[in-house]
Ligand binder design. Structure first.
Ligand code: DX5
Ligand code: ZN
Length: 223
C-alpha cells in the first residue's frame, strides 16, 4: 500500500494544526516528524514536546525520524509523547539490535534508516526485527535538497532482499521525493513516501499531497 508520510519540517509551524489537516485532506496518512540534534546532522529541529503537541490534533500515526547521536536516551520520551513509529540511523547505533529492542519494548514500531552512503547489506542481520526501513535519498539535515538518483537502486536491492529473506518490512524513502522523482522510487519498491517541500505550500498543500499520491499510485501500476 502506497502511503504519503508528510514531513512537517516544511510546514508553517505557526499554523501547524491547519497544515496537518490540509495534508491529511489531501490523502496523507502518516505524520513524519524530523528530529535533529545539531550533532549527527548540521541542523536542530524539535523534540518530544513537538510530538506531544501534535498528538491531540490528528489521529494519524506519528513517525519519528531520529537524526540524533544518542537515540537510546530519548526513545522513552518520544514513546511517552505519543510516537507510533520510531526510526534510528544505522550510522549512530553502536548496538543497533539493542536499540531496536528498546523501541519494541516501548510498544512503538521500530524502523532503521540508512544514509545514501551506507550499504543496504549493513542491515541484513536486523531486517527480521524491523517494521520499516527508511532509505535516505538525500544526506539528512535539511528539507528541500536535491534527490540523489543512485538511492533508487538501493530501494530495489532492499526489495529483492525482502523477497529472498521472506520478510515483510515496509520500505520508506525520504528526501527530494517530488512530482519528478516519485515514480522512480515507487517502481523500485518504496511504499512509504516522505515528502516535505513537495507537499507544503501556502494554499496548495491539499492539492500537492493529492497530486503526489496520484502520481505514486499511477507509477505503482506500471511494471
Ligand atoms: C531530511 C529529512 C526529510 C526532509 C524531507 O533530513 O529527513 O524528512 O524533511 O524534505 P524534502 O521532502 O523537502 O526533501
Ligand atoms: Zn525525515
Amino acid at each position: 500500500m502506497i502511503e504519503l508520510c508528510f514531513s512537517i519540517l516544511a510546514s508553517d509551524f505557526a499554523h501547524l494544526a491547519d497544515e496537518v489537516a490540509a495534508a491529511e485532506r489531501g490523502g496523507g496518512t502518516i505524520v513524519h516528524v524530523d528530529v535533529m540534534d545539531g550533532h549527527f546532522v548540521p541542523n536542530i529541529t524539535f523534540g518530544p514536546p513537538m510530538v506531544k503537541a501534535i498528538r491531540p490534533i490528528t489521529k494519524l500515526p506519528l513517525d519519528c525520524h531520529l537524526m540524533i547521536e544518542d537515540p537510546d536516551a530519548f526513545i522513552p520520551a518520544f514513546a511517552e509523547a505519543g510516537a507510533d513509529m520510531i526510526s534510528v540511523h544505522q550510522e549512530v547505533c553502536r548496538h543497533l539490535h539493542r536499540t531496536l529492542e528498546h523501541i519494541i519494548e516501548h510498544n512503538v514500531l521500530p524502523g532503521v534508516v540508512i544514509n545514501p552512503a551506507t550499504p543496504v547489506e549493513t542491515l541484513i542481520e536486523i531486517l527480521p526485527m524491523v517494521h520499516y526501513v527508511l532509505v535516505m535519498s538525500v544526506n539528512p539535515g535539511f528539507g528541500g535538497q536535491k534527490f540523489i538518483p543512485f538511492c533508487v537502486d538501493k530501494i530495489a536491492h532492499l526489495a529483492e532482499l525482502r523477497e529472498e529473506m521472506g520478510l515483510n518490512f515496509r520500505i520508506e524513502v525520504d528526501g527530494g521525493v517530488a512530482h519528478d522523482t516519485v515514480a522512480s522510487v515507487v517502481q523500485a519498491g518504496a511504499e512509504m513516501l516522505v515528502a516535505g517541500s513537495a507537499v507544503f505550500e501556502k494554499g496548495r498543500t491539499e492539492h500537492n499531497a493529492a497530486e503526489l499520491l496520484r502520481l505514486a499510485r499511477a507509477a505503482a501500476h506500471i511494471d
